[in-house]
Structures are given as structure tokens and as C-alpha cells.
Design a protein. Sequence first.
Length: 47
Amino acid sequence: MSHTPFILASYLISAAVLLWAALSPMFSQRALLKQLKNRQAHMEKEQ
């Protein structure tokens, strides 16, 4: 019995987790910047 499928699956899972860990802060930052821009535009409209 070959262990290759288990090894490949563990590599793929590890790669997916590392990719998510690397890209998640970037998406969070974009969402935060968008929210701040919307809030600033709203505050400027009120004045």
C-alpha cells in the first residue's frame, strides 16, 4: 500500500492553509479601507 495519496493530501491542505494565512490579512485590509472611505464620505456629506 502506497502512502502517496496521504502525503499529497497533507501537502495540499498545508498549502491551502498557508495561502489563506497569507491572503486573509490583505482582504481584511481592503474591507477596512473601503469601510473607512465610506464613513469619511458620509461624514463629509453631513457637514
